[in-house]
Design a protein around this ligand. Sequence first.
Ligand code: NAP
Length: 403
Amino acid sequence: MKHLERDGAEAFRAGRPRSVTVLGSTGSIGCSTLDLIERERDRFELIALTAHKNVDALIEQARRLKPQLAVIADALLYDELKAGLEGTGIEVAAGRDAVVEAALRPAEWVMAGIVGAAGLAPTLAAVRRGACVALANKECLVSAGPLFLAEVARSGTVLLPVDSEHNAIFQVLDQTRLHAVDKIILTASGGPFRTWSLAEMAKATPEQAVAHPRWSMGAKISVDSATLMNKGLELIEAHYLFPVGEERLDIVIHPESIIHSMVGYVDGSVLAQLGSPDMRTPISYALAWPDRMATPCERLNLAEIGRLTFEAPDPVRFPAISLARAAVKAGGAVPTILNAANEVAVAAFLDRRIGFLDIAGTVESVLSAMAPDSGQPDNLEHIYEIDGLARIRAEELVQLVGR
Ligand SMILES: NC(=O)c1ccc[n+]([C@@H]2O[C@H](COP(=O)([O-])OP(=O)(O)OC[C@H]3O[C@@H](n4cnc5c(N)ncnc54)[C@H](OP(=O)(O)O)[C@@H]3O)[C@@H](O)[C@H]2O)c1
């Protein structure tokens, strides 16, 4: 298998443009990626952009950045996309398979910025052809970790974690000396409800849940941050990316979101990566890898910040972390079930069909019903089947709760 990125890294350093595809270009991660690309436009060549339903934003981005291909996942929006890009020479396509086709186009570097399990098939397509994959989509690893990593190993792809915590760990972890790691410590902002009582959380609205105090993100991950399921998903992601053992993965609440994660070594040293809470820093790290590129991100002024604080997560108000840890320990299809149930529950909460506390409740009930007999998936079809069953089960519960 040809290692597209390894071959291209030296050439990129020497000034040849890097060819890039952005999956999920209209999302929060996608827009930040395009913002960085536009700041150094001559260093990047756009191959493909993809979106789901936001056809207006995709048309606007495509006209601005002139990729070879623009894809809308919702096939019903094909005509609108085609009309919007008439006369530009940009190829257009629509449908789920077309998103996978976009990932197969020979870009050296692919941003996996689609949210949810929908990102799995296109991200795998990029991995299988050996592209360098900037992994923002955490659900790929959560729902299909071992199979996904087997494909990464087989293709020799370079996987660059974009999630700020995993990017931080990637920057400070000596991957050749995992035996010398004492702890990997994931930091969490605590989300908008960090100081709320359970009674207050029971009445939380979608607007309050997506109003994250530190990070500006898409709706689904913002709700995950409010339940702390985001940290649970990140724990699972870290378990697969940095195989030091689940018992050596810790989580600490750090409301200022300045330290993005830490690695403690057996000699007592703790290495941390710090920065302003702006996803353009980890995205730029992946975009320019193995170099670095300048970003407009606010520079840290520690004297002005004054204090960095830390606290332990509260397992009673935020049970999602315990659910995720149990899923890591159980292994097999349990993380797949957890992820699928969570996606359904978050969507139902955003639609005001269930309350905020019902999100973790739904996930827990689906896990109790399905986890004991879920087995060990050995191929992607099996993963999709389990994912689908968990969604049906979660939807049934949502309907019961929502009545
Ligand atoms: N945002 C962050 O700061 C952040 C940080 C760390 C990790 N992440 C992870 O990065 C991923 C993206 O997050 P985000 O916040 O950028 O999400 P987002 O703002 O909701 O954007 C999601 C993107 O995926 C597209 N999409 C949604 N459903 C799709 C489907 N079924 N098929 C194809 N494309 C689809 C959306 O298209 P439309 O716009 O057309 O709907 C959009 O381009 C998530 O896995 C998240 O956990 C995000």
